[in-house]
Design a protein around this ligand. Structure first.
Ligand SMILES: Nc1ncnc2c1ncn2[C@@H]1O[C@H](COP(=O)(O)OP(=O)(O)O)[C@@H](O)[C@H]1O
Ligand SMILES: [Mg+2]
Length: 349
């Protein structure tokens, strides 16, 4: 059980600053997800917490103990990677026991922990098998089992599900969440997948080019993104961003929309736009859209359209759309669903 505190943490690779001063407090038992595009520094930050990467500046503490100069083995953490690297010649049981034997854990205790982990992960029936006799998902579970039996103060996950197919990824995501809840062990989970991040996290940390863009619960980031970066990164399809002021005849805002003086960008989520004919009401935003493509994704469709100035906009319609390519339709949004950002991309409230 431990909280993890990062204070102005930095990482230099030669002259390049990969992590540019990150401060973050992770509470005991919390599941925090670091999310951001490839190359933003997620793995570097996680590896610094683990002790696999040196710290160029700042301080990291785990459970009230500064760990900057401690070896990975002295930090009481367990890491789960994308490449789970089980020992192929050992059975599942031997794989789970290996790290504990190295630490001279008594046999009774090893058996107890393996039994408990195997039960939690539902791999009891595979304990005598070799890794090659398991599916990808089962192997990933064993890799997680290896972390669980350590009973560490914290778990660190680096994209552990990236090698699994889409269906299994969703299933494992639910299991990790359930498991983390029941173990109540502090966890830091890295992913580039915003959907995985949204569904797993107690709190999300959005990283961009080595800096924190925003920290908050998934719903806070979805409803009130602090920057245009977060606005377009969280949510799928991405939030539409339109330049203010509009070119004439492109789209318009009525009196119900209070546009802040400093606003340079208007943001509207595809799911907050609707056909005006379907929902006649006082609109804050209206636009005339020429339809370029319609994507049916099951329970809903996404319509990709073009505004009068040629800029693109996406909006959602429920169910199977009757809209077709080259149709011209009117869409609108309510005042409460408009997001405004200044010229540097910061949210204006
Ligand atoms: N060992 C290294 N030497 C030099 N640059 C590195 C090294 N590891 C990572 N980087 C750079 O640091 C940045 C962050 O990398 P990384 O933490 O792996 O990103 P992410 O995990 O978010 O994809 C990238 O620009 C990457 O090229
Ligand atoms: Mg990475």
């Amino acid at each position: 059980m431990a909280q993890i505190v990062l204070n102005d943490v930095r990482k230099m690779y030669g002259n390049v600053e990969a992590i540019k001063g990150v401060s973050l407090q992770i509470a005991d038992g919390e599941l925090v997800v670091l999310v951001g595009p490839s190359g933003c520094g997620k793995s570097t930050l996680l590896r610094m917490i683990a002790g696999l990467e040196s710290i160029s500046g700042g301080e990291i503490s785990i459970g009230n103990r500064v760990v900057n100069d401690l070896e990975p083995s002295e930090r009481d953490i367990a890491m789960v990677f994308q490449n789970y690297a089980l020992y192929p010649h050992m059975t599942v049981r031997q794989n789970l026991a290996y790290g504990l034997k190295n630490r001279n854990t008594p046999k009774d205790e090893i058996d107890r922990r393996i039994e408990q982990a195997a039960k939690a992960l539902e791999i009891e029936q595979f304990l005598e098998r070799k890794p090659r006799q398991l599916s990808g998902g089962q192997r990933q579970r064993v890799a997680m089992g290896r972390a669980i039996v350590r009973e560490p103060a914290a778990y660190l996950f680096d994209e552990p599900l990236s090698n699994l197919d889409a269906k299994l990824r969703v299933q494992m995501r639910v299991e990790i969440k359930r498991l983390q809840r029941s173990l109540a062990t502090t966890s830091v989970y890295v992913t580039h997948d915003q959907m995985e991040a949204m569904t797993l996290a107690d709190r999300l940390v959005v990283l961009n080019a080595g800096r924190i863009e925003q920290v908050g619960t998934p719903i806070e980031l979805y409803e009130r993104p602090a920057t245009t970066f977060v606005a377009t990164f969280i949510g799928s399809p991405s939030m539409n961003l339109l330049a203010i002021p509009t070119s004439s005849g492109n789209w318009s805002m009525t009196q119900t929309a209070a546009v802040p003086a400093a606003a340079a960008t208007l943001g509207i989520r595809p799911e907050d736009l609707h056909l005006i004919a379907d929902a006649p009401q006082a609109e804050a935003f209206t636009a005339s859209v020429k339809v370029a493509a319609v994507e049916l994704v099951g329970a809903e469709s996404y319509v990709h359209g073009i505004l009068a100035d040629g800029s693109a906009i996406v909006f959602r319609v429920a169910g199977r759309s009757r809209i077709e390519m080259d149709d011209v339709v009117q869409i609108g949004a309510k005042a409460a669903d408009l997001h405004f950002f200044n010229a540097s991309g910061a949210r204006i409230d």
